[in-house]
Design a protein around this ligand. Structure first.
Ligand SMILES: Nc1ncnc2c1ncn2[C@@H]1O[C@H](COP(=O)(O)OP(=O)(O)OP(=O)(O)O)[C@@H](O)[C@H]1O
Ligand SMILES: [Mg+2]
Length: 273
């Protein structure tokens, strides 16, 4: 299987005036479709910088990033935006929900930018929210939802355009322990439905419940290992040994713009084979 993400000697230096800060100092890494990866490291070690580059929100200053085999440095700004929209779903610590928009409207936003007709995006948003147990909260504003519920809305939003790769930067950082575990369980569920999940976390018990743990220190990978002790967090069902074993039920009526490159469109329903 070819890697979905392949980094070779990736570097990032920020220059502010006369000061150059070397933040990523040669990161080499392959991530395969269907993986569930946790990235851990001290504050300031370069995790978010790496995540922003992975999600095509920022560009490296050296080395190579291949996304599905394509060298990202060959892409112009519009092409990068297109990859971002088509391939990635972002989840942030601070949820980043629009405070004046309902849960449903928030989830619809990426599809608005993708030019999806109103009725289709409404149906898809509602379906996603129902699948994340938020069917009773469609018309609630963010401030009428708990932190865990807001984070599940942001996960639904991340899946709106397909979200083949979910990039989550400290998604549980603002949550109490139980809500954090619930959000992790939701991400695990998405992973079992075929999404590749890459999560940054400071919580060791959450990191160790991933399938692979990458440790970063001072802009370098210092460990790339299996979790120390398999925790049960997020393991709703026995995990498939590979994403290929998960048979997704795709909607024949769903429009192309939502489709993952695999031809499946998302996690609303899935049946382990
Ligand atoms: N735009 C920027 N200009 C200059 N320096 C930056 C910029 N963005 C990040 N940095 C620096 O890069 C380093 C790594 O930042 P980054 O946000 O990647 O860390 P992190 O590992 O995500 O930390 P945390 O766990 O606190 O979120 C920090 O020293 C930070 O100050
Ligand atoms: Mg960070």
């Amino acid at each position: 299987m070819a890697p979905l993400i392949s980094l070779r000697d990736l570097r990032k230096t920020f220059v502010n005036g006369d000061v150059a800060v070397e933040v990523l100092r040669g990161v080499s890494l392959d991530i395969y479709p269907g993986e569930f990866v946790a990235i851990v490291g001290a504050s300031g070690s370069g995790k978010s910088t790496l995540m922003n580059i992975l999600g095509c929100l920022d560009t490296p200053t050296g080395g190579q990033y291949r996304l599905e085999g394509e060298d990202v440095s060959d892409l112009d700004a519009d092409q990068l935006a297109e990859r971002r929209r088509q391939m990635f779903g972002f989840v942030f610590q601070s949820y980043n929900l629009v405070s004046t928009a309902t849960a449903q409207e928030n989830v619809e936003i990426p599809a608005v930018y993708a030019g999806v007709p109103a009725r289709e995006r409404r149906e898809r948003a509602e379906s996603l929210l129902r699948s994340l147990n938020l069917g009773e909260r469609l018309d609630h504003l963010p401030n009428q939802l708990s932190g865990g519920q807001q984070q599940r809305v942001s996960i639904a939003r991340a899946l709106m355009n397909g979200g083949q790769i979910i990039l989550a930067d400290e998604p549980t950082g603002a949550l109490d322990t139980q809500s954090g575990k619930d959000v992790m369980a939701t991400l695990r569920q998405m992973n079992e439905a075929g999404h590749t999940v890459i999560i940054i976390t400071h919580a060791p018990e959450l990191a160790e419940s991933a399938d692979r743990v990458i440790e970063i220190s001072d802009g370098r990978i210092t460990a790339d290992r299996l979790p120390r002790k398999r925790s049960r967090i997020g393991r709703i069902a026995p995990p498939p040994s590979s994403a290929a074993k998960v048979r997704l039920r795709s909607s024949p009526t769903y429009p192309r713009p939502f489709a993952c490159p695999s031809g499946h469109f998302g996690p609303i329903s899935f049946v382990p084979s």
